[in-house]
Structure formats: structure tokens, C-alpha cells
Design a protein around this ligand. Structure first.
Ligand code: ATP
Ligand code: MG
Length: 508
């Protein structure tokens, strides 16, 4: 298939693009990550930026915002003038805001402090004007329909709420160009709608928006144009109306992907997990059985309790009452170690805060919870055996990294997610709790993860899939339980579940 540049002809009277890149390249220690990229976005345009994990999307936008320096040779124009930012501060001052793929808030500060960090309003005495700061904060939170108090500590918010704070912060910068790197990973449909409403508003005000997402449905819903990167090169750019999903995927991965959700029916076996009347901070009186060889999907709005349920089962959150039985044995003492020993593995929703240690290598991160597997004697670890297994996972998951010794922080977001998943599987669990497993993962790799879930299911694992991605739940789960305000409000067998029926229970 021809890799057409479906660029429409230049309208000569049109104002210059807000952002225009020509021939931008980037090399990290000898590796070409971006090469000769042209990219532009106009006022009133929502430009989708898509491509596989590691294609270079975040890097390109980090160059625009002054975090990285591009290789020499290319040019960046903002509002018609050639620019070269050497810090985020400079790009913010020029009128560019970016919502980063990984959450960037300080958990020990309040929401208001986070929103206005480094640009706090001052009173006549030159001190921070708290009443104004809090009032302004409330204004921007209201703009994204959040009702929590700006004096709350960010660390007490759910990941989704924190994401809304990031969005509010971007709005408060009043920028002309807003870059959103995977903003909806932690958001459910309702919050995504709120975000889209905000984006349409910004678009109508003549702002330029770059929207990065692996959820292609969102791209078609909100973007008027789409640019595709593959292996650091721009392979296509043009109006979204000239694309369909199949063509877009083909541009992204260079092949056709059939069957987005490769569901394999299963014969569920005996009960492996029995949860009775479980209550914890958010969840209330949850009871259900998990069988070997089945995937149970958990649906619900942000803060409905899916995340808390996962953490409570794993032992990271203390249960208030109720019981958890694994293969007939009650788990009494609750701590993650007990969970691991009982054969429970957990893939956390927030891989940066809870899962991975950014400065450590791919190898160390992957084997952290499973070192026992590689010990020879006296606590000694067989490095050779460890490396063999790590390489197997790197291969199987197609993790894009120069070596297993590379620091996790240098991998693209989606590739970090694959390492987090490998880490959970390393402990060879019988019960696997996946909290947003495909967050930030590209279409191809997503399909690989679904196939893997099917394989694990066939091996007899019990898989709890907590996801805000409704098509994913409908596509992969054997049955779906719905949570609302911490309680179970619905249960659907595969086939009876529809998006509408689930939503009805989710808002109950
Ligand atoms: N600081 C760094 N040092 C070394 N390599 C890096 C660094 N930052 C990014 N890379 C590499 O650049 C490539 C592109 O990464 P980037 O994060 O831009 O991908 P992406 O398109 O945003 O992917 P994803 O969809 O997974 O977020 C990756 O192979 C990544 O490992
Ligand atoms: Mg990225």
C-alpha cells in the first residue's frame, strides 16, 4: 500500500500554522529516534498524533516544549517565528502547555499549589495570595467539572482525578498550543466526554491542539487532522475525514490488523478465589467468586472502586471486614507479600508511582518481585538465568529497548507498561489482577496482550480485568461485574452485556 501523504493543497491566504516543524530529528546515544519530521498544526485545529509505542510521539512534543534539544538541521516555528526553547519555562511563557503522558503532580502538595506551582498569585506584600489562588483553582476545576476542594492533597486523589488536575492546569496556562499526551488513559467515558467538551471549547477559541492517543476511536471523535509517525518518521498527515480506522492502523503498523479483540471462549473451572463481604476504604460489601480459566471484567466510573478492589485483594490496601479465600485457604494477614505467596499478582494502574523504579534497568524492574525464582543458593541470584527469562519477555512482548540494562525511564510509555506487565507475570501467579493493562499501549501490542490474556486463561489462571475501556471489557472478558460507589451494582454474562446496560449500573 502506498504511504500517501494525504496533505491537502496549501490554502495561500490561510494564517501561518501556530506550530510548524521542518526536518526535525533526534538521536539518543547514537540511536535515531526521530528523522526528518515535518509537522504543523493550525489555530482551531485538533491534530491527532498517532503511532506505535516508541514511534517518537512524546519525544517530538518534548522537543517542542524545550525538554529535549533536537539534532541540528531542523527548524521549529511558533506563531511564524523560529524558536528554540531550552526549558519548559520558556515554552510555557511563549504560550505552549503540555499534559504529559506520566502524571507530573507533587502528591504532598495541595491541588491548588500544584495548579499554580511556580506562578502563585502574590498579594501587595509579595506573599502568596491564598484566597485568590484557591478561588482561581476552583474556577479551573469547575471548568473540568471537578468538585473536590483545591485544598486537598493531590496524593489523596484517584489517578483519574489527578489527570483532571493536569488538564485543569493546562487550561489555566491559557496557552495557544496545548499538547495532550495520552490524556484519557486513566479516564472513563464520562470524564473523557468532559475532556472532549473542554477541547471543543478550546478549538472554538482558536487554540491549536495536539492530541496523542492509542484509542483510535477518540482520534476520530475529536480530531480534524491526523499525523502518523512510524519508527520516527512522518508517514502520513491530513484530514481525519479522509481516513478510516483500518487505513490508519495500516499507516501506523505497516500491516493490517484484523480482529481487535481475539476472544477465545473458555470452560471455567473450579472456584479459585472467593471474596465474601469485603469492605475497605472505598469498597462496600463486595462478594464474588473467581474460577480458574476465566476473565472477569470490572467496569465502573472513576473512583467507583475497581482500583481499590484490586489493591485490597492484592493486600496493598487493608480490608476493613470480609474475607478473601484463595483455593480454599483464607488469607488473613494482608500485605502484598502475603498476596504474592498466595499466588496473586497485581499490575498497578499507576506504573510510575506504584510499579516501576525509573532509574533502574528493565531487568531489575522486571524481576524485582520474583527474584526467588532465580536464586541458586544462600540468597545468590543466577544472573544468567535471570537474563534468559528477561530476554524471553522482551521478545514475547516486543519491548523496544536498546538492552535489558537500559533504565526504564528511557523507554516509551507503552513499552514501560509492557515491562510492568512482565513483572507481574514473573511471579507465576494463579490469580492475576490487571488494572488498566493496556493504558498507553498501541493497537498491535494491545492485541498481543489480549492474546496473552487468552493464553493465561487457557492455562487456568483467574484474571481480574479492571478497565475503563468499555470495548475492551466487552471484547475480552467472560463476564462483567459493575461497580458504583464501591458496591457491586450489576453482573453480566458475555453476550448479555452492552455498553448502555453497563453504564446504567455504573451510575446507579
Ligand atoms: N531519554 C531517552 N534516552 C534514550 N532513549 C529515549 C529517551 N527518550 C525516549 N527514548 C527512545 O525514543 C523512542 C521514542 O520514544 P517516545 O517516548 O517518543 O515514543 P512514543 O511514540 O511516545 O511511544 P508511546 O506510545 O509508547 O508513548 C523510544 O525507543 C525510546 O526508548
Ligand atoms: Mg509516548
Amino acid at each position: 500500500m502506498a504511504e500517501a501523504n494525504h496533505t491537502s493543497s496549501d490554502a495561500s491566504e490561510a494564517p501561518p500554522p501556530v506550530l510548524e516543524l521542518r526536518g526535525v530529528g533526534k538521536t539518543f546515544s547514537g540511536v535515531h529516534v526521530l528523522a526528518d519530521v515535518d509537522f504543523s498544526v493550525r489555530s482551531g485545529e485538533v491534530m491527532g498524533l498517532v503511532g506505535e509505542n516508541g514511534a517518537g510521539k512524546s519525544t517530538l512534543m518534548r522537543i517542542v516544549t524545550g525538554i529535549y534539544d533536537a539534532d541540528s538541521g531542523g527548524t521549529i516555528r511558533f506563531d511564524g517565528d523560529e524558536v528554540h526553547f531550552t526549558s519548559t519555562r520558556q515554552s510555557i511563557d511563549a504560550g505552549i502547555a503540555m499534559i504529559h503522558q506520566e502524571l507530573n503532580l507533587l502528591p504532598g502538595l495541595t491541588v491548588g499549589e500544584n495548579l499554580f506551582l511556580g506562578r502563585e498569585p502574590l498579594n501587595r506584600l509579595g506573599l502568596i495570595d491564598w484566597p485568590t489562588l484557591m478561588a482561581e483553582s476552583r474556577k479551573y476545576l469547575t471548568a473540568v467539572r471537578q468538585t473536590f476542594d483545591p485544598s486537598m492533597l493531590v496524593g489523596r486523589l484517584s489517578v483519574g482525578q489527578q489527570q483532571m488536575v493536569e488538564i485543569a492546569r493546562a487550561l489555566s496556562l491559557n496557552a495557544r498550543l496545548i499538547v495532550m499526551d495520552e490524556p484519557t488513559g486513566a479516564l472513563t467515558e464520562v470524564e473523557t466526554d468532559i475532556l472532549f467538551e473542554a477541547i471543543r471549547h478550546l478549538r472554538d477559541q482558536g487554540k491549536a491542539i495536539v492530541y496523542i492517543s492509542h484509542r483510535l476511536g477518540e482520534i476520530f471523535q475529536i480530531c480534524n487532522s491526523v499525523t502518523v509517525l512510524r519508527d520516527g518518521r512522518m508517514v502520513s498527515t491530513g484530514p481525519a475525514s479522509e481516513l478510516d480506522e483500518g487505513t490508519l492502523i495500516h499507516h501506523m503498523v505497516g500491516r493490517t490488523i484484523t480482529e481487535k479483540y481475539p476472544y477465545v471462549p473458555s470452560a471455567a473451572g473450579p472456584v479459585s478465589l472467593r471474596v465474601s463481604h469485603l469492605s475497605a476504604t472505598v469498597i462496600e460489601d463486595i462478594s464474588f467468586d473467581g474460577h480458574t480459566g476465566e476473565v472477569i471484567g470490572f467496569a465502573g466510573l472513576m473512583g467507583a472502586g475497581g482500583n481499590q478492589l484490586g489493591k485490597t485483594l492484592y493486600g496493598a490496601v487493608l480490608a476493613r471486614s470480609g474475607s478473601i479465600e484463595v483455593k480454599g485457604r483464607a488469607l488473613s494477614l494482608r500485605s502484598p507479600e502475603v498476596g504474592v505467596r498466595a499466588g496473586i499478582a497485581y499490575l498497578p494502574e499507576d506504573r510510575k508511582a506504584e510499579g516501576l523504579i525509573q532509574i533502574h534497568s528493565v531487568r531489575v524492574n522486571m524481576t524485582l518481585a520474583a527474584l526467588r525464582r532465580f536464586s541458586i543458593a544462600l540468597g545468590l541470584v543466577s544472573r544468567g538465568r535471570e537474563e534468559v527469562v528477561v530476554l524471553e519477555y522482551v521478545d514475547a512482548f516486543k519491548i523496544k529497548t536498546p538492552s535489558v540494562e537500559a533504565a526504564i525511564g528511557t523507554l516509551s510509555g507503552g513499552n514501560q507498561q509492557k515491562v510492568a506487565l512482565a513483572k507481574a507475570l514473573m511471579t507465576e501467579p494463579s490469580i492475576l489482577i490487571l488494572d488498566e493493562p493496556t493504558r498507553g499501549v498501541d493497537v498491535g501490542a494491545r492485541r498481543d496482550i489480549y492474546s496473552l490474556i487468552n493464553e493465561l486463561k487457557a492455562k487456568g489462571l483467574t484474571i481480574l480485568l479492571i478497565s475503563s475501556d468499555m470495548p475492551e471489557l466487552l471484547g475480552i472478558a467472560d463476564r462483567i461485574l459493575v461497580l458504583s460507589r464501591g458496591r457491586l451494582t450489576g453482573a453480566f454474562g458475555r453476550g448479555e452485556a452492552t455498553q448502555e446496560a453497563i453504564m446504567k449500573c455504573a451510575v446507579a
